[in-house]
Design a protein around this ligand. Structure first.
Ligand SMILES: C[S@@+](CC[C@H](N)C(=O)[O-])C[C@H]1O[C@@H](n2cnc3c(N)ncnc32)[C@H](O)[C@@H]1O
Length: 313
């Protein structure tokens, strides 16, 4: 939905644009291309890309290097005036700033590295293809340590360890709330009984296999792995905090675009939009979904829903 995202972000002259989940830099590259056009016309613009996964920041650095890209540590002291000024006219050097941090910290990042009006914030939720295809425990098809942390240096526990600490009720709630698993009770029970023995993706697959018929196995495993990933990374709690933070940094007529992949995320976005209805106007009465041809090219996009809100002026 890159074209739809770009059209709805409506990049305008002046200001900072934020990709809160830069991942491999696909959406960010498309935004940066728009910003280059504005910059060529003499407007000062900057793109900030955030991600909590250090591998994503490395991948985005390569992908975005053509635009002039600098990785800035969040721990760096606030920059001196000459450093935080926008790129000089007709100069694209360091138009993109990448920071390894959560979108929850967007206000702090903007204040430190690009103070001034924020034109739009994009949040493309869930996990990236790189994460799914790597050996980090996200995919049930790949054997490896059941880790699932987006940020291996952060405070989250790896999935196998989180399971050790979980009660039967916790596991049941994750399955129900984060993936609407219809057999949450039965699956939670077997995971709970065997949790001391679950260290790898294969251990979890074999555990679920005990109570789920073969014909339902793949879809069930997808739901179990999704629920556990969301729990490990506290994705819904972070999403709520991130949406509130993004709403706070946007300038009047600034836009907040969110791509959700499951109903818990979508509910959270609608809920925050309702809470801030005096400040945010919803531009997408119904969520925008990918076209049939996009789903054919990229089947993982089939559950994507894009919602966009604008700060009232
Ligand atoms: C679907 S991918 C984004 C893909 C990206 N739009 C692209 O075009 O390549 C989601 C990304 O969000 C990141 N992420 C998850 N939680 C985050 C958080 N709280 N703050 C910042 N990034 C986060 C993940 O590490 C992942 O790289």
């Amino acid at each position: 939905m890159r074209a739809e995202v770009l059209a709805l972000l409506a990049c305008r002259p002046g200001g900072t644009y934020v990709d809160g989940t830069v991942g491999g830099g696909g959406h960010a590259a498309a935004i940066a291309r728009e910003l280059v056009l504005l910059s060529k016309k003499g407007h000062q613009v900057r793109l900030i890309g955030l991600d909590i996964d250090p591998d994503a920041i490395s991948a985005a650095t390569v992908r975005l290097s053509e635009f002039g890209c600098r990785v800035v540590p969040m721990t760096a002291p606030a920059r001196r005036d000459e450093d935080i000024t926008m790129p000089a006219l007709d100069c694209f050097k360091d138009m993109v700033i990448l920071v390894k941090t959560s979108y929850v910290n967007v206000a702090d990042v903007v204040q430190r590295f690009a103070p001034g009006p924020v034109g739009a914030v994009l949040m493309d939720l869930g996990m990236s293809s790189d994460q799914l295809e790597g050996n980090r425990g996200f995919a049930f098809e790949r054997d490896g340590e059941l880790d699932m942390r987006f940020d291996p240096d952060g405070t989250s526990l790896p999935a196998w360890k989180l399971l050790r600490h979980a009660s039967l009720e916790d596991i049941k709630d994750w399955l129900r709330n984060y993936s609407q698993e219809p057999f949450a009770g039965r699956i939670a029970r077997v995971i709970f009984e065997r949790k001391g023995m679950i260290n790898t993706t294969r251990d979890l697959v074999e555990t679920v296999q005990r109570v789920v018929p073969r014909r339902r196995l793949r879809k069930t495993l997808a739901r179990v792995f999704q629920a556990l990933r969301i729990a490990v990374n506290q994705e819904i709690e972070n999403l709520r905090a991130g949406l509130v933070a993004a709403t706070g940094v946007l300038s009047p007529r600034g836009r907040l675009a969110v791509i959700c992949y499951q109903s818990g995320e979508d509910r959270c976005v609608k809920d925050v939009a309702r809470t801030f209805r005096d400040k945010l106007q919803v531009l997408t009465r119904k969520p925008i979904t990918p076209s049939a041809s996009e789903v054919q090219l990229n089947p993982r996009a089939r559950s994507a829903r894009l919602r966009v809100m604008e700060v009232r002026s």
